[in-house]
Design a protein around this ligand. Structure first.
Ligand code: DLL
Length: 442
């Protein structure tokens, strides 16, 4: 089944022609409308007329997350403010988030690619979608919502959390399709098992999982535990949100189709930036061929994967492998993106603390947990150090204040532990890793 058969099965030659035309128009538009891109191209000595199609893409400079931060919040918009109809945001590397804008046409594209993804995942018009992705600045909730509405599904906007209510809805409203993070699907599967809920009494048949890395083992657990067929959905706010790529439910394990009439992918070497051939692993880079409000040229996702064309497949579009890791140190905690530098800037507000910290990430059953260990400043350590340190009034107070600040600014609950001065490993010349990720994704 297809949502848009003509496009999804367009012969490669025609697809390239379409991409080439779209790219040429895009480069010209960005050069005129977005000062950042004019500067980028001028500095690289590239005239827009030199870009004749996707084969010339490699001549263009990359756009990186730092460029979004430098142009915060709206300076990369290519349309006047009054044409922007939606704004989303995701984590930036410091206190400020990465902001993205959509005009009406962008929302139509968003709906279209999510509708295609839903159909590829097994969903059909008339079915109900239990949407457990978060609604809010995160693109997951509203993104899936729009596409499902366009397809003609009944959306149940449950959003994330409140597992009791999720289970009640699964049992009583009988949705056929669920979408959420893979780790949350594991939680739901475990809870069904614990509470003796017979999954044969549920109607749910398809699970659409993404927003964080997952594995074949997790797929098997979710499929067995919820009695569903689980497929991968990938995306990122900067490109549109969920629905940049999607796995077909009948072609599981062969990669996710990238809707490349809208998002042109490249895989490049993480050090040299040179384009890599199909099949080789590197950093995934996207050019948004059709976006209106905030198009991006060669956006460096930092996600590591490979691309391939699957000859026997239902669709002609290129497939990407599962994400093998990140080229930077972004963590994804319970579906929320986190850079350690976001924590670092908050520490600046506490003169009682030393800027020596580490984040320890573990997964208890299906739940990611983060512990922040941070040292107090030398004088305080000298004054309060020794046995019983954790119970001292000032330490208790600072611990509470810091956890609250993290929750309010980053939106994640973390266990905070203050340590005496010089208790956290220092750099011994090489790069100091602030993160200990002890999760084992099998
Ligand atoms: O996570 C959009 C999304 C929502 C995708 C719902 C799928 C489902 P951001 O918050 O901007 O957007 O985070 C984007 O999450 O660069 C990847 O590192 C990671 N990511 C997203 N999907 C997958 C996936 C949404 N299927 C970042 N597998 C991306 C592995 C994923 N990583």
């Amino acid at each position: 089944m297809f949502y848009n058969k003509t496009i999804e099965t367009l012969p490669l030659r025609k697809l390239r022609k379409l991409q080439n035309e779209r790219l040429v128009a895009l480069v010209n538009r960005l050069y005129k409308k977005v000062p950042f891109y004019k500067k980028q191209l001028d500095e690289a000595g590239i005239k827009p007329s030199k870009i004749k199609g996707v084969k010339d893409l490699h001549k263009l400079p990359f756009t990186k997350k730092i460029d979004l931060r430098d142009n915060y919040p709206f300076d990369l918009f290519a349309v006047p403010q009054n044409q922007v109809v939606r704004i989303h945001a995701s984590s930036g590397t410091t206190g400020k988030p990465t902001v993205v804008g959509y005009n009406r046409k962008d929302l139509r594209i968003f709906d279209e690619v999510v509708a295609r993804s839903l159909v590829a995942a097994g969903a059909k018009k008339g079915m109900k979608l239990h949407n457990a992705y978060g609604y809010g600045l995160f693109t997951g909730g509203l993104g899936m919502h729009g596409g499902a509405t366009k397809l003609g599904m009944a959306v149940i906007p449950v959003s994330g959390g409140m597992t009791d209510r999720q289970l009640m809805i699964l049992q009583d409203f009988k949705p056929e399709v669920i979408c959420c993070t893979p780790s949350y699907a594991q939680t739901l599967a475990e809870e069904c098992n614990k509470r003796g809920i017979d999954t044969n009494d549920l109607a749910v048949k398809y699970a659409i999982l993404g927003a964080e890395p997952w594995t074949e083992t997790i797929r098997s657990q979710v499929e067995a535990g919820l009695n569903v067929t689980a497929t991968n959905i990938y995306g990122l706010s900067e490109i549109i949100g969920p629905g940049v790529s999607q796995e077909d439910f009948e072609e599981k394990g062969t990669g996710s189709y990238i809707w490349e009439d809208h998002f042109f992918p490249e895989v490049v070497d993480k050090d040299s930036g040179e384009p890599l051939p199909l099949g080789e692993e590197g950093v995934l880079v996207f050019t948004t061929l059709t976006k209106g409000a905030m198009p991006l040229l060669r956006y460096w996702t930092n996600d590591i994967c490979s691309l391939h064309y699957d000859k026997g497949a239902k669709r002609t579009h290129v497939k990407m492998s599962s994400i093998k890791g990140r080229a930077d140190d972004m963590l994804i905690i319970r579906g929320v993106n986190l850079f350690h530098t976001q924590v670092e800037v908050l520490l600046d507000d506490f003169p009682e603390l030393a800027p020596c910290y580490q984040l320890i990430v573990t997964r208890k059953k299906t739940m990611d947990e983060v512990k922040l260990e941070v040292e107090v400043a030398l004088e305080i350590s000298q004054e309060l150090g020794g046995r019983g340190f954790q119970k001292k009034d000032l330490i208790v107070k600072l611990t509470k204040q810091l956890s609250r600040k993290i929750k309010n600014n980053i939106g994640l609950s973390m266990q905070v532990e203050l340590k005496e001065f010089d208790q956290i490993p220092r750099s011994i010349g090489g790069k100091l890793s602030r993160i200990k990720d002890l999760r084992k994704l099998k």
